[in-house]
Write a new protein. Sequence first.
Length: 358
Amino acid sequence: MKTHAIIPIFVPHAGCPHDCIFCDQKAITARAAAPDADATVEVIERNLKTIDANPDIIHREIAFYGGSFTAIPREEQLMYLGIAKKYKDAGRVDSIHLSTRPDYIDETVLNDLKNHDVDIIELGVQSFDPEVLKLSARGHDVETVYQSAEMIKKRGFTLGIQLMIGLPGDSYEKCMESVRKTIDIGPAIARIYPTVIIRDTGLDRLYRAGKYEPLAETEAVRTAKDMYKALTGAGINVIRVGLKATDNIKEEGGSAVAGFHPAFRQLVEAEIAREQIEQQLGPLLDEARRNGKLPAPGAGSMKLRAVSGPGSFSNMIGNKKSNKIYFAENYPQLDIKFAVDRNMAEGTYNLIHSMESR
Ligand code: SF4
């Protein structure tokens, strides 16, 4: 049941002076202008009409997406913030959320955001590796990330950190190092994005010249899975894994050239489910072997039930039934039925003998 509704305001960063290798902001701003005050109010009202009709929604959030919010001209920032604050003051929305670059945070910026009751600031960090930042033409260093994160937390904002995987010069080890450094900083929320090659970006040119290859899907899923596990294990809420499929970002007929998978989060969560189930399988098989209850190949099957909460069932089964197929192929002496247990916490999976289950 969805209880948290987001009102997205897309603010493309026209005139962004940076040229991050993966970003097509220039192409986006050529297609879509930033909304003016009237258009912003119109978007909020339109969203609230639907949200207010849904009694399950208990939290409404205005979120400014797009480029780097605090890098747009100050008067534009104040226009957007003023509108959002009015809705918050009137009790019609509960929080204000935005994302920006680490090098566009200073005391003046934070004063403006505090004065307008902003709740959540996400930093597009991408990587803590200096070489990756340089090869991606980010234009800021790692030290700036630490300084801005510290300032944001000190002023009482909720901090978010966005990380990317598979940028030029990146590796599994560097991604995990970025995760360790993220955990040291201690944000409340995080996002993990696999690098998608967008048409006409610097990365696209490198790719076409044979100088850059996106991560293979299995490698991207493995890396994202280990990052996700480490971050959530440290109590950080990973609110997004992978880019959202939009009309524009997709491989067929869209601007994504390579590296995009619309069900990326499910691929990652299904992998975690499979790991959790397989970890429980070892002791069960050992016990059955000791008690002589493990059927010989071709001599019947041992019945088991894999259970999850209702919201995690599709992850347990896997994208295109990948987990079901995996267990059937790798454990032919087992007959595993997959079921829902409404009392189980989401994201947890239990494997039990069928006889023990009720
Ligand atoms: S990612 Fe942000 S900072 Fe980099 S070019 Fe795009 S809009 Fe500018």
